[in-house]
Design a protein around this ligand. Sequence first.
Ligand SMILES: [Ca+2]
Length: 211
Amino acid sequence: MNSKLLPIYLTIILLLQIEPVLSQGNAVNTEERLQRLEIQLDRQQAINKELQTEISRLNLQVTECTSMKDQKRENSPYAVAFSTQLTTTLTGLGQHAAVIFDKVILDTTSSYNTGDGVFVVPRTGIYVFTWTVSVREEWWETTELVVNGTPYAYSLVDAGVKGDRGTGTQTVVLRVKEADHVLIRTGFIGDGNIEGNTYDTFSGWILFPYE
Ligand SMILES: [Ca+2]
């Protein structure tokens, strides 16, 4: 063998030996990368699972919060509203006689008394009050809304003859104080009869509370 060619042979042999090592190296790199990706994927999946758990927990909190808010609104002393109904017919009422609406439809603060027809204001504020009085043929009646005995609004209803009916509704917005007594009573004039019979109501609700 030509001694000058020897290094070339050696180089070729060396390269032939290195080549599979390099290929093996690439395969090892790919394997490592895959393993790293798998690890990253596992971590990501774990994070996703945690986030899903967190979202579920937050959703539950939102639901609880909404439910508590609704409950708070219902239990709030600011949420004052009542509605009552006269189920019977009243006759022979004198002047300034209480019109007692005997059935409570709604009373969020249990402030209306079916014994005397008085709504005791549970919280100072601006309130809306409205009431309806009906009469049968040939009847007529005046009513008024009084606060602590002072009238603030009036209603007059008058029916004609032969099967006529009359109904009147009045609405008033007033500032009233806690413990004030609000009542519907008959006025100075009228024949003292009110149809009732579920047609007549007395309602009120707070518009703006005051501290
Ligand atoms: Ca009349």
